[in-house]
Design a protein around this ligand. Sequence first.
Ligand SMILES: [Zn+2]
Length: 248
Amino acid sequence: MVKDQIKSDRDSALAVSIHDVSPLTRQGVEMMLSDLRGVGIAATSLLVVPDHHHQGEAGRDAGFMDWLRTCEGQGHEIVLHGFYHLREARGGLVQRLVTEHYTAGEGEFYDLAYEEARRRLARGREMLAAFDVTGFIAPAWLLGAEAESAVRDEGFAYTTRLGGVLDLRSGERTASQSLVYSVRSAWRRRMSLAWNSYLAAKLRANPLARLGLHPPDWRHEKIKAHALRLAREFSARRVIRYRDWVGA
Ligand SMILES: [Zn+2]
């Protein structure tokens, strides 16, 4: 079947990802998974940060690793998501503005040099060696050219950006803008609700719909309710993990 010929909801897919999974966010993520199960989403891609903000080294937290194993056993996918999830401030004024405003300082792999990217990817892989990890997704989806080469050379099968999914083995791209909320301020939350309603309507024609969630989304009732409503609507599709989409 050609991927862009949708015959029914079951011919199209939904991928839900939860970003920023770490010992620091585990409790919130458990709530999210429970709520998602309630609307028919039993499998997600869990984006794990190995040492979240230098404060949450996953590998040293046996309880967290056990919980992650349980999640994987239930059908969730473990995806590597940066290493520290922090972009060190560097460079001139424009660079600093990008760091501080556009990504709120989270774009760790945005302009990382090849060798450093490779080093962090290898350390992350090692920390998650107990899991079947085939994907890497950069914090804030910001993956620079050198870092992308490092991800490919490190043997990851796929990555995603805000605008789509990239199979790193074949080079095949699937265009599909991810639904994602920005909750850092009241106006951003209002804009997010309007934008995601608009985008969700557009995505009905796309064979792949993507919903990217972050733990802070669940601190805002309207955002949470909106996300769960969209998840329920799209769950008439095949609910997949990203690895299923690329067959990895
Ligand atoms: Zn993230």
